[in-house]
Design a binder for this molecule. Structure first.
Ligand code: FE
Length: 341
């Protein structure tokens, strides 16, 4: 529970500041049937809501902010919350919200049919709406093809000492990846792998810095979510970093979701559910267009930049995203024990 306590304390400190970001709706200026969405996912969500409004006539207002702060805010507001839906990134955050009672369980035959089972909560409290793939990135000028690490496990090899750039253990993306190692290997082997990473790693502050450090030769290999490289390549087609899909010969590459659910105290639960159903169907394209995630709905094709840069043929780890949340506290503890700072 280390992570969640930390997140809670930090959110508590920042809550006062968050109050400054009051929704226009708080001033009472919006129609009573306006849908209120608190979102920790920043890319594309507003464009998506505009398209939703154009199609359905339902107005949507957003409060965007840090994932944990918004979650804590919904908890603190209790029955008075204006949030009808909460949208965030990473199954670890979605599961934490579910644990804190943020979401109500909903029954949606449509969501159940279009969102694969592995990408949603078995209890119907949250649904993955887009997919992010956390995989191996490298500098092709500094790593020969035959030397490439093809698996997460291979990054523990001492040959990557000082050549591996990783986010810190406080990053939920890394926590979820380590949770997936625990799920497949058990704790003892996962601990060995993470010890190897920790011994090799230069710790950097965000995924963009991982990629830039590799481009600059600070590191040769690293781990990043695919869409950060997608965005960099969109701006700089000659950006000198490539990705490979990890673990294609065994369980598949680690996938995670951004997604959301209807809040426990929503005043407009039917519209909120309709918004999620729309995001999972007609809204998939616009949801992923700005962010370069993969659609969660398998019937929707990948957006063109991702398809062209990375291809869409990838073996994905079939682990249920909910397991990443279930094992989050274990992952945080294991990373600490491994000396991964
Ligand atoms: Fe991200």
């Amino acid at each position: 529970m280390g992570l969640r306590r930390t997140a809670g304390r930090r959110a508590g400190l920042l809550l006062a500041g968050l109050g400054l970001l009051a929704l226009p709706a708080c001033s009472g200026g919006s129609a009573p049937d306006t849908l209120k969405v608190y979102s920790g996912r920043h890319y594309g969500i507003e464009q998506a809501s505009e398209a939703f409004t154009a199609q359905t006539g339902v107005e949507v207002e957003f409060l965007t902010g840090d994932d944990a702060e918004l979650r804590e805010r919904i908890v603190a507001e209790g029955p008075d919350t204006e949030a009808d839906a909460y949208i965030t990134v990473d199954a670890g955050n979605l599961a934490a919200a579910a644990d804190q009672g943020v979401f109500r369980a909903i029954e949606s035959p449509q969501l159940d049919s279009v969102i694969p089972e592995a990408l949603r909560d078995p209890d119907g409290r949250w649904f993955g709406l887009a997919v992010r793939v956390r995989t191996i990135v490298y500098n092709p000028a500094r790593v020969a093809a035959e030397e490439l690490p093809r698996t997460y496990e291979a990054l523990a090899d001492p040959k990557w000492a000082g050549r591996l750039c990783l986010r810190s253990s406080t990053n939920v993306y890394q926590q979820s990846l380590v949770a997936s190692l625990i799920a497949i290997h058990g704790e003892t082997t996962a601990l060995e792998i993470v010890r190897g990473w920790a011994a090799n790693a230069e710790i950097v502050n965000n995924d963009v810095l991982v990629l830039e450090s590799i481009a600059d030769g600070v590191c040769d290999v690293g781990l990043a979510n695919h869409y950060y490289l997608g965005r960099l390549l969109e701006e700089r087609p000659d950006f000198p970093v490539k990705l490979l899909w990890a673990n294609q010969e065994d369980r598949g590459v680690h996938v995670n979701v951004s997604g959301g659910g209807v809040t426990t105290h929503s005043k407009h639960p039917q519209q909120a559910q309709r918004f999620l159903e729309w995001l999972a169907t007609d809204g998939q394209d616009v949801l992923v267009a700005a962010n370069h995630e993969f659609p969660a709905n398998p019937a929707v094709p990948a957006e063109p930049l991702i398809a062209a840069q990375f291809g869409t043929e990838l073996v994905r780890d079939p682990l249920n995203a909910a397991t990443l949340g279930d094992l989050n506290a274990d992952a945080v503890r294991l990373m600490d024990e491994a000396g991964y700072r």
